[in-house]
Design a protein around this ligand. Structure first.
Ligand SMILES: NC(=O)c1ccc[n+]([C@@H]2O[C@H](COP(=O)([O-])OP(=O)(O)OC[C@H]3O[C@@H](n4cnc5c(N)ncnc54)[C@H](O)[C@@H]3O)[C@@H](O)[C@H]2O)c1
Length: 269
């Protein structure tokens, strides 16, 4: 199945890093057009130029967007419709890893993702998709599945993104909305987000923890995550959670609380 061909996508934070790679990989897989909803003008223009050079002049637009501003986010949807007529796929990708400005980080990583989901659900992916199904991919992280001591608040935002996706990914919602929700959790990836990360945490104790992690990290290319996105869109069941790391893409199963429950040992054993 190719759920990408002929469709229109909007990618937040699509001006750099993994987001830009998502845009290119989607276009390689037959996407009709993409909107890069990006806060940084330089990133946006540079990304647009790269896409135009590789795919031609009419495949992408850049809309300067701060995802923490719901009005700006909605304008990105409206501009997409004016230019491309439809909108089928939303990739909530914009994110920062910066516990030093944690309120802003929650705004971008979590509140921005919620705005995107609500705009998709309340209007844009319901009314303006090309055919019967809309798709929302929420970009979380492996730190949304584990304890990440160096960046506790970043990890919290990514746990929240997974929770949100699984709840909206229930079939009860799908039967009403026909919007498929997917969570993609990249492993450590070589992008600007990773550079200077030592300066973007809660202070020296956290820097020391991160310094301890750095030599042990296996860093993958953003192209690897972009290839994973295609697999997830084509194969992922509604509400499913996927990891992309070390050239592998795999789905994970999150146990129920009863399965996770710690049982007291039987004192007679
Ligand atoms: N790089 C990694 O190791 C890694 C690992 C797991 C998950 N992720 C997640 O993948 C996503 C993309 O990360 P990346 O590594 O490509 O980061 P990046 O810093 O390379 O790119 C992020 C892009 O988002 C834009 N952006 C930032 N704030 C924004 C806002 N308020 N509104 C719109 N755009 C905004 C930036 O300008 C930038 O172009 C993030 O959600 C991140 O948490 C990254």
């Amino acid at each position: 199945m190719n759920a990408v061909a002929g469709k229109v996508a909007l990618i937040t934070g699509g001006g750099a890093g993994i987001g830009l790679c998502y845009a290119k990989e989607l276009l390689r897989n037959g996407l009709k057009a993409v909107t890069l909803a990006e806060i940084n003008k330089e990133n946006g223009h540079n990304a647009l130029k790269q896409i135009q050079d590789e795919f031609g002049p009419d495949k992408a637009i850049f809309v300067k967007t701060d995802v923490t501003d719901k009005g700006q986010f909605e304008d990105a949807f409206k501009t997409t419709l004016e230019k491309f007529k439809n909108i089928d796929i939303l990739i909530n990708n914009a994110g920062i890893m910066n516990d030093a400005v944690w309120e802003r980080q929650i705004g971008i990583n979590f509140v921005g993702t919620i705005y995107g989901c609500l705009l998709a659900l309340d209007n844009y992916l319901i009314k303006y998709r090309t055919d019967r199904e809309g798709i929302v991919v929420n970009v979380a992280s492996i730190s949304g599945l584990e304890r990440f001591q160096a960046f506790p608040i970043y990890a919290g935002t990514k746990h929240a993104v997974i929770g949100l996706t699984r709840a909206w990914g229930m079939d009860m919602h799908y039967s009403r909305t026909k919007i498929r929700f997917l969570a993609l959790c990249p492993g450590v990836t070589d992008t600007p987000l990773l550079h200077d990360c030592l300066e973007r945490n809660l202070g020296p104790a956290y820097q020391d923890i991160m310094k301890g992690h750095l030599p042990h990290l296996t860093i993958q290319s953003p192209e690897n995550v972009a290839r994973a996105l295609i697999k997830v869109i084509n194969e992922g069941q509604n509400g499913s959670v996927w990891v992309a790391e070390h050239n592998e893409t795999y789905e994970i199963d999150i146990p129920s609380r009863q399965q996770l429950r710690i049982r007291m040992k039987d004192p007679d054993l």
